[in-house]
Design a protein around this ligand. Sequence first.
Ligand SMILES: C[S@@+](CC[C@H](N)C(=O)[O-])C[C@H]1O[C@@H](n2cnc3c(N)ncnc32)[C@H](O)[C@@H]1O
Length: 286
Amino acid sequence: MPSELTKKQRVERETFDLLVREKTAGRTLAVSRLQPSFADYNGDLFFGALRHVDVQGRRILEIGCGSGEISVWFALNGAASVCGVDISGESIRIAEQRAVENSVSNRVKFITCPGESVPLPDGSFDLIFINVALHHLELEAALHECNRLLSSGGQFLAVEPLVRSHLLQWIRETRFFQRLYPIRRESLTERILDMEDIKQIKKRFGNLILEPHRVFSPFIYKVKPVFRLLARLFFLSVRDSEERSRRCIRLLQRVDDLLLRLLPPLAIASRYSILVAFKEVINSKS
Ligand SMILES: C[S@@+](CC[C@H](N)C(=O)[O-])C[C@H]1O[C@@H](n2cnc3c(N)ncnc32)[C@H](O)[C@@H]1O
C-alpha cells in the first residue's frame, strides 16, 4: 500500500474498514456458484453486466472488491485468474479468508491498494470489473489506471448508480422524497456519477455502451408498506417472508427492464447503469 493516500482515499479506507465488519459479522463466507447471495437483490445488475462478457478463461481484475464475494464467484465460474483490489485492509483480510474457505486461493489474489494505483504491470488483465465502487474513486486517475492495466482490446465493465438528469435528482433530494426514500450514502466522499463523468469515460476509451436499469423498483422497495403488500399479493403461496421479498424485488426489476426496453426515453429516470467499454486494439506491427 503506498504510504501517501489522498484525503479522500483515507476517508474511504476508514469508512469501509468499519463497514465491512458490520456487513460480514455472523455471515457465512461461502459463495454459491449458482445462486450467490449478492445476486439476491442485485441480480438484475450483476447478471445484466455478465451478459456483456464471458468470464471463462479470462484474467480478471476487480477494483473496489470489498470482502471479495464477486472475485471468488469469478474464480468459481471459470476465470483463469482473478485479482481483487481494495483500499480497505480489513475488507481484503476478509476476502482472503473467503478465498480460502471457497478453495479458490490458487486462482484469486487480493491486494490492499488504491484502485488509482495498482502495483501490477501494464496490460495484465483482459477484463476489469467494478461493482458500485467507481464513484468512490478519483475518476480520472482510476480510468487512467484501468486503461493501463487492460490488455489490447480488453474490456472495462462497471455497474454504477448514475444521475442522468440533475432536475430529477433535485426532485429526488427534496425533503418530501428524502422522508419517503432517503438517499443512502456509505461514505462522506462518494460522489454519484453524472453524464459529465460519462463523457470523461467515453473520452478515455473512445467508446462506451450505457445500459440503464431500475426506474421504479428501488422506490417501491423502499416504501415498505407498499412493497410488502405487493409481495403478499403476487407471492401469496410463499410462506417465508425473506423469499417473498426476494421474488418480489426480482419481479419489479424485470418490469423495470421491460419498461426500459419498450420506452427507451425512460432511461433518464433510471438509477443504475451498466457501463461497457473496450480498450483500443493495439496493433503490435505498427
Ligand atoms: C460500495 S462498496 C462496494 C464493494 C463491492 N464492490 C461490492 O459490490 O460489495 C465500495 C468499495 O470501494 C472501496 N474503495 C473506496 N475507495 C477506493 C479506492 N480509492 N481504491 C480501491 N477501493 C476503494 C471501498 O473500500 C469499498 O469496499
